[in-house]
Design a protein. Structure first.
Lengths: 256, 310
């Protein structure tokens, strides 16, 4: 597997003229110049688990950008662990904090601040959903390694031998960890070229970002989620069929 | 000796929500005989992935979606069947809910109701399930932004865990019963990863007071606490529709303030009973044994206002 790109290298490629992005306790925040405007940056570095304080801090940064208006895009840089697993985090309602961060990103995007995720290291489970997966466009750098759960843990839960799972992972993308598999499902829309400056690549992603959620259509094209798009579309169709015979009977013979 | 007939009610709305199947919950929640399913089990849209693991499939993949009426109003509904694969999100299971939410933008129901009963992502199709959860959260915010309340009902056997907990946190209003548990990492997951000193998953009292309905209501993580009957959930769902907050900057700023204040006020606590004490409850140890009526009276006696910002 390729090594992940260090955050310093990434930021230097993204902002060759310098930036005001800082990292504290594994949490990334700040901004820098992008083409003719500014780009807001938030994120998680160093395989850090996302807990109550981190989610609250990052959501606050996003809401500051929305409050300021002006359509400044938001880049979400991710090299995280999963959600922080602790009694205290769950006692205080971690699900609300993670959902709040996701909602802040979704609100920003809906209010004209394009959101772009860039996965440059690890991410998993709740931390992945609350950050990278809550953006309009999610890209990755080679060396990124998203997962829902690692294979040894999947083996424990499914009670299948690890070797069997490793064999299965070679032929099916739907359960196995790794960047290629998340590309196949449509969750990761694009892979960036680390050999070229990142700024123009991010600007191009913003310019080309789809107005609607196309992840299930991508999953069908790429084969990682063969049925999701068609199932969702069928539900939409069935929901628009006017109520049928059952209702007519009830109207004509009330109480029957 | 007096013989008294046992008061076993056949009335669907008197049945236990916790014990009922997803279909029975829907039948009792909605106006009688108004439920119409989309992609019903007769279409046999089953998981294409479970056979790889030699696991049985369900004709509805553990997710039932459709429309019905609630006190005469048109609503869209989704119900998870916790008895199939722990109600976990797989490709079809998730896509049915994604489709329902997209349909809501077209047919503009009075509300979308989600009956949670889930352990989270189905590991056998983890990437598809995880991506579906992200699509669902995005779609919920779009439905809410269009002025349609999305209400979550939590009281099933499987609880509401993992990505299900994040989806619940995206809803405008949550109704929970004592048996409903709402959390991201479940007790077993924390214990497996961090050890039994961090969380002893066999300590059921600890599980209930950390993740259960009473604590979630007291903390402000849920908006309404109800008895474990289908009728009680129906009444609470009806009451929720006019109260649901809109999805905008003001709501999220209020939620930011609410969550920051919670960390400030309770961040140093270790156990739910400490939080309950700080809320002004005289006898925190008695909370788990309170009846629904007793708990309602307790809520009325507390100085806390409504937590309505989510």
């Amino acid at each position: 597997m390729r090594d992940k790109m260090p955050l310093d290298t990434l930021l230097a490629s993204l902002f060759p003229a310098g930036h005001a992005v800082t990292v504290a306790d594994g949490l990334i925040s700040g901004e820098g110049p992008l083409t003719d405007g500014r780009l807001a940056v938030i994120g998680i570095d160093g395989d850090t688990a996302l807990g109550l304080e981190g989610a609250c801090f990052l959501a606050g940064c996003v809401l500051d950008v929305v409050r300021a208006g002006g359509g400044r895009p938001i880049l979400v840089l991710i090299d995280s662990d999963s959600q922080r697993m602790s009694r205290r985090d769950e006692l205080l309602g971690l699900n609300e904090y993670l959902a709040h961060l996701a909602k802040a990103l979704l609100l920003a995007d809906a209010q004209g601040h394009p959101t772009i995720g860039l996965l440059y290291g690890h991410s998993a489970a709740g931390a992945f959903i609350a950050t990278a997966l809550a953006t309009r466009v999610l890209a990755a750098l080679p060396g990124a390694h998203p997962s829902v759960m690692d294979l040894p843990s999947v083996a424990r839960v499914t009670k299948l031998p690890l070797e069997t799972l490793q064999d299965m992972a070679r032929s099916t993308s739907v359960f196995a960890p790794g960047l290629d598999n998340m590309v196949q499902t449509g969750a990761v829309q694009a892979t960036l070229d680390p050999g070229k400056p990142l700024g123009p690549q991010i600007a191009a992603l913003i310019a080309d970002s789809p107005a609607v959620d196309t992840r299930d259509a991508l999953g069908r094209e790429r084969g990682g989620r063969p049925l999701a798009h068609d199932i969702a579309a069928q539900v939409v169709r069935e929901a628009q069929v006017v109520r049928g015979a059952q209702d007519r009977v009830m109207r004509e013979a009330p109480g029957a | 000796m007096d013989w008294k007939p046992v008061a076993l009610s056949a009335e669907p709305r008197d049945q236990s929500w916790y014990e009922a199947s997803a279909r029975a919950r829907l039948a009792g929640l909605l106006d009688v005989d108004t439920f119409q399913e989309f992609i019903g089990p007769e279409q046999r849209q089953m998981s294409p992935h479970l056979p790889l693991f030699a696991l049985p499939r369900a004709f509805d993949d553990g997710m039932i979606v459709g429309r019905g009426r609630l006190d005469g109003r048109d609503v869209l509904v989704a119900a998870q069947e916790g008895r199939f694969m722990g109600g976990a999100f797989g490709e079809i299971h998730g896509a049915k809910l994604v489709g329902l939410l997209r349909a809501a933008l077209a047919v503009k129901p009075a509300a979308v109701l989600i009956l949670f009963d889930t352990g989270g992502v189905r590991l056998q199709e983890a990437n598809a399930g995880e991506t579906a959860i992200a699509e669902i959260m995005r779609a919920i915010t779009q439905v809410r932004a269009a002025g349609i309340p999305v209400v979550g009902l939590i009281g099933g056997r499987a609880g509401c865990y993992g990505g299900g907990g994040l989806i619940a946190g995206t809803c405008a209003h949550l109704v929970i019963s004592e048996g409903g548990r709402l959390s991201v990492s479940g007790p077993e997951v924390i214990e497996t990863n961090k050890g039994a000193e961090e969380f002893d998953s066999r300590d059921r009292a600890l599980v209930w007071r950390t993740m259960g309905g009473k604590h979630r209501r007291l903390l402000g993580a849920a908006d309404a606490f109800v008895a474990d009957t289908i009728g009680a959930f129906r009444e609470a769902a009806l009451a929720a529709i006019p109260e649901a907050p809109s999805f905008d900057l003001a709501t999220l700023e209020a939620e930011q303030a609410r969550l920051e204040a919670r960390l400030e006020r309770f961040g140093d606590t270790r156990d739910a009973t400490e939080i309950w004490g700080r809320l002004g409850i005289n006898d925190p140890a008695a909370v788990p044994s309170l009846t629904t009526e007793g708990f309602d009276a307790l809520l009325d006696s507390l100085p806390e206002g409504s937590h309505h910002a989510r």
